[in-house]
Design a protein around this ligand. Structure first.
Ligand SMILES: [Zn+2]
Length: 131
């Protein structure tokens, strides 16, 4: 198989397109979250409890303050993503509720009565059931 046709097959398989859409949306989503943290949450935290800027902390040549800043930013971003995904899942469950519980009954093909799924003879019309 040539490289071109192999590539065409990869692209046409659909999941490659899904992946591309995911990467693009993920990138756009990332900048929204970054903006949410830098422009909304960090100033809010600053307004409530003073600016959370650790960059002045230094241990000799080690710039531990910047590292702490990045860790704090990461924790805030992770919390935001968690909250967004939780909200998204709740919304999706509302749109399409969980599948109904597995069936425990079936319909007798002879008398149309509802009977236990494991029955081999209908309790209503006494017909023998093949399946
Ligand atoms: Zn029956």
């Amino acid at each position: 198989m040539s490289l071109v046709s192999e590539f065409k097959e990869f692209i046409s398989r659909g999941n490659a397109m899904d992946m591309a859409v995911g990467v693009i949306i993920g990138g756009a989503f990332g900048s929204i979250v970054t903006s949410l943290v830098e422009d909304v949450i960090t100033p809010l935290i600053g307004a409530i409890g003073g600016s959370p800027d650790f960059s002045a902390i230094k241990l000799g040549p080690v710039n531990i303050g910047n590292f702490i800043n990045n860790v704090v930013n990461f924790l805030i971003i992770a919390l935001c993503i968690f909250a967004v995904i939780k909200a998204f899942n709740a919304m999706r469950n509302k749109i399409s509720p969980q599948e109904e519980a597995a069936a425990t009954t079936k319909i007798c093909p002879f008398c149309q009565s509802e009977i236990p799924i494991a029955a081999t003879r209908c309790p209503h019309c006494t017909s023998e059931l093949k399946d």
